[in-house]
Design a protein around this ligand. Structure first.
Ligand code: ZN
Length: 246
């Protein structure tokens, strides 16, 4: 079984469509790590696509915020404005669907799905120190997480924790072979708002039979995604950052 692992789509239709076009034929099922909506201009498209196509989904903090499950006081002004705008766009039925999405970790076929960390869906696993702290709470050797919008993740073994690099700017993909005596916390990167300095949409494919994870990047129509964010009256910052991938 080959799983298309998508995270942090953030209502970016152009990025999601580019990912699906590039990934076509390379996967059997779709798993989604949350933050389907928020920031981008196409929350209805993103929510309906995930609802129809992803077999396993965990919710993210922006999904909670857009469904009224989160106190927006903790959000920065741009995130708060986009959560309120998103709430307005979604139908009651879509909001109800989001409200009932499970929080991670969600076990699946020998691996776990989570948005932030195994303890807290809102926690950012950015550095080695945070990974060491949460490692006792991992239940399986292979977990996928999102939230940081940084493609790569971490490999944990006896000698310590190693950070995994995403494909370089000249590369489209990088493949990782899953070893039996090692634990993994892997981040497919963000489809709709990458923050690792590479503006291309990010995702991963896990081949459970071959025991490989392939990180992939695809260019998409950033200008159109930006145009739609501005036309919706969302904060300029949300459009600007897509070009930089930061
Ligand atoms: Zn996110």
């Amino acid at each position: 079984m080959r799983y298309l692992i998508l995270s942090d789509i953030h209502a970016n239709r152009q990025a999601l469509e580019a990912v699906l076009e590039q990934a076509a034929g390379r996967y059997d099922e779709v798993a989604c790590l949350g933050d389907i909506v928020g920031y981008g201009a196409d929350p209805v498209f993103a929510a309906e696509w995930v609802r129809a196509n992803a077999k396993w989904i965990v919710r993210g903090n922006h999904d909670k915020a857009s469904a009224g499950l989160e106190d927006l006081e903790w959000f920065n002004p741009a995130a708060r404005a986009s959560a309120l705008w998103t709430q307005d766009q979604l139908s009651l039925d879509e909001i109800d669907w989001i409200r009932h999405l499970p929080r991670g970790p969600l076990p699946l076929d020998g691996f776990d799905l989570m948005h932030g960390s195994p303890l807290d869906e809102d926690e950012y696993l950015v550095g080695v120190r945070e990974v060491v702290e949460v490692s006792p709470y991992l239940e399986r050797p292979l977990s996928f997480f999102g939230h940081t919008h940084l493609q790569g993740g971490f490999l944990l073994h006896r000698n310590g924790v190693i950070r995994l690099a995403p494909p370089g700017p000249e590369e489209t993909e990088a493949t990782l072979e899953i070893q039996p005596d090692t634990w993994y916390l892997l981040n497919p990167g963000s489809v709709g708002q990458p923050r690792d300095g590479d503006p291309r949409a990010a995702y991963a494919v896990f081949d459970a039979g071959q025991r490989t994870v392939t990180y992939r990047r695809t260019p998409y129509d950033v200008l159109e995604a930006q145009r739609r964010i501005r036309a919706a009256g969302l904060p300029d910052l949300l459009a600007d950052r897509l070009a930089a991938g930061r």
